[in-house]
Structure formats: C-alpha cells, structure tokens
Design a binder for this molecule. Sequence first.
Ligand SMILES: Nc1nc2[nH]cnc2c(=O)[nH]1
Length: 449
Amino acid sequence: MTSKVDIFIGSIIHWNSEADQIEYIEQAAITVQDGRITELSSNATHISHLQSTQSNSITLLSSAQFLIPGLIDAHIHAPQYPNLGLGVDLPLLKWLDKYIFALERKFEDLIFAKHVYTKVVDKMIAHGTTTACYFGTIHTDSCLLLADIVQSKGQRALVGKVNMTVNCPQDYGETLQESLEETERFVAEMKKKNYSMVQPIITPRFAVTCEMATLQGLAQIASKHNLPIQTHLSENSDEIATVLKMNPGCRTYTEVYERAGLLTKKTILAHSIHLSDDELASIQQHSASIVHCPTSNCFLQSGVCDTVKTMYRGVNIALGTDMGAGYSPSILEVMRRAVDVSSVLTSCRKKEEKAKSSSDIQNQDEAEKMSSGTKLRPPLNFERAFQFATMGGATALNLADKVGNFSVGKQFDALLINLDAVNSPVDFTAHLNVQEKFVKFFFTGDDRI
Ligand SMILES: Nc1nc2[nH]cnc2c(=O)[nH]1
C-alpha cells in the first residue's frame, strides 16, 4: 500500500543549521509522507511528475503566505496562566509568596486544574507554540492531567511535576521523601501512558525551595530514567544570595546544580541572567541550555540576560514566555523583546565604555573611536532570535531530530502564516519578497481595540 504524500509549494523560512543562518526560499516544495518531511527542494518545478498520482495532495501557498517551523516555548508555568499580566508590583521572591504559591496550591483540585490547563494549552496553540516545556505544580495527578490534555490537543511537550521541599508556605510543599516518591510515581505513570507527543521532565523548582538532598535525589532519578531536567537559575539577586547562604560550600549558584549532578546535556536552565564567565563555561562544558525569558525578566525587574555574550560562549539558547510571570503567551512577542532588550543593553554598554574611556584618556576624539571600536559586539538580530525560538528550543528540549526546522527526516511541524488574513496586522502588498514578508511578520505587532 502506498502512503499519502502531501506537497506544499510556496515560500518557506527556516533556520539552516548546517550553514548556521536563516534560509529564505521563495519557491520551495516540501514533500511530506506520513507526517515526516521526505524532501525539501528550493526549486518547486521538479515535483511536477508527482502531480498526476491520485494519492498526492498539493497545497499551493498564495503570495501572502509562507511556512515557518512551529514555535517552541521552552519555559512556561501552566498553572500560572490565571495570573498572566497580574502582579507587576513585586520582584521574584515576594511575587512568588504573594501571588504564585497560593494559586498553584489550588491545582490539587482536578476540576480546577482541568479548566485552567485546557485554556492554557488552547491559548499556546493559538499563538503558534507547537512544542512547549511546562512546569506543573507539586501535585502529581494534576500534572498527569496536564499531560493528557496536551496529548489530546496534539501539542508536543515536556511536562514536569514541580519539587519543593524547603522555604515553602505551610500548605504548599513536600517532605524530601514525598517529593522523590511522587516524582518516581509521576515518571512511572507517564511511562505507562507512553504518549507519542508528551514526555516527563524532572523539575526541581529552584535551589531556594530545594535543599541539596532534594537536588541530588532528583538528579539520581533523572539519571536512572535518562530524563531531561528543568529548573530556574540566577534570575534575581535576592534569589542568588539565598542560594549561596543555603550552600556555603559553593562559590556560585551554578555550582550548586553542578555538585548535585543536575547539569547534563538535557538540562534546561530558565532565566540564567546574572552568570559569571565561570558559570557560563560550566554550563557550556555540560552542554546544558539556557532559556531566555525577556518579557518576564522585564516584568519582574529581574535584569537583562546578555544573550550575545552567552551565545559567543557556546551556550545554546532557547526562548520562554515564563507565563504567568510577564504578560504574553506569545513566543513571537518574546522574540521581539529579546531583540529590544539586547539593543538597550548594547547602547548602555556603549555609553559606559565611552564614559570610561573619556575619563581614562581625557581625549574626546580617542574616546569616540574606542566606544565604536571592536570591543562591543552588535546586539541580537531578529534572525538569531528566530533561531532561539525554533532550533535553539529544539536543541534545548532534546528534540532537534524531530522539530525546529524543515530538514529531511523531521516531523512536518509547521505554521502557515497568512499576512493577508482577516484582521492581519500587516497591510499586505504583493510586491514583498520572502524576506520582507518575514520581517513584516516579525515586527508588526498590533494591539487594536
Ligand atoms: N519566574 C519564575 N521564577 C521562579 N523561580 C522559582 N519559581 C519561579 C516561578 O514560578 N517563576
């Protein structure tokens, strides 16, 4: 029996990993068999011989349309969705105490959990997130329910049961034994479900709410089942101070995770803002990834992650909404913010350099030369932000053989963008080339009321 072949002809944009650059193809043909890409051609004419075969369906994209890979949100708290946009008044630790722990506690109730989790997964899919890495809560059964909902809606995801054993509110926390036993139960139940799209991920919340014994116990479970790990790292200065006080033998926050055995090539470190060069080197040596969450970092006044430096240190970067910190369920919005915060960081650095060199050498002309010299790298560009949201995310989530771009052999995991759709923020004009179409899509947000 021959299987059905689908062919899509038109403009595509994706990250070409071999060339390490974005690829804009004006007239591509993607051939898909049983959900997998079997051919990608930049010259659509060669597929004419297939058109007569009955089992083929051919989709011709209009000049206003193009395909991009599905977007990847590598850090999102599903239970915090009801808090989206609320609680802008407090920094991280106070924000968790005031808004988040009380909300997450409610997910013991499976009816409430089903209501929120159905809405959040629908919302993510509506924003083009075809793959997500979710934090749940400490409640094993509601995390299993989240996995059921994700699978039933056809999203690809990693789902984590959160662990927190110290510095917890009275009514939202676990003992060390409960935490490890419930994690084993979560993993066992997920294995039984054997979902095609959803996998478990080990999830120590962060080193403020997990003492070394918890971190080590979870690292052992991850190693035993060969599972990925997600946690938060170096998001906020009070958080870092607390972690270092709790672990006096460690010089840095990253070292706490390293000593626990939590840094692996399947480890995803959300935020990772205030890292020293040594910490970046250690993350790079373990081939762990970081998740940049600029909307959340602005919202909680956490600081600015230097993505350009992180990238040049050889660390893989993904993007995350970090919902319900922040204000947006959209990875497209996160891409734009990543570009914005990097531009601001670069211009501040330029100013600092200029001030430093003018006070150093007391010579305005020299100062001018130095400030625009080679020391400073250019800020993040939109194409690299797109790489973070696609291949960067796929690499972080250990899914680079399945999603992230349109390489042959991967799943056909794609978004059809139509600039001419009803209520499109773009006034589409036919003369746009494929690159201009992409730039319009990238930068043209629209908040009409
Ligand atoms: N942004 C954010 N940071 C955290 N660090 C520990 N828990 C959280 C959380 O829920 N959100």
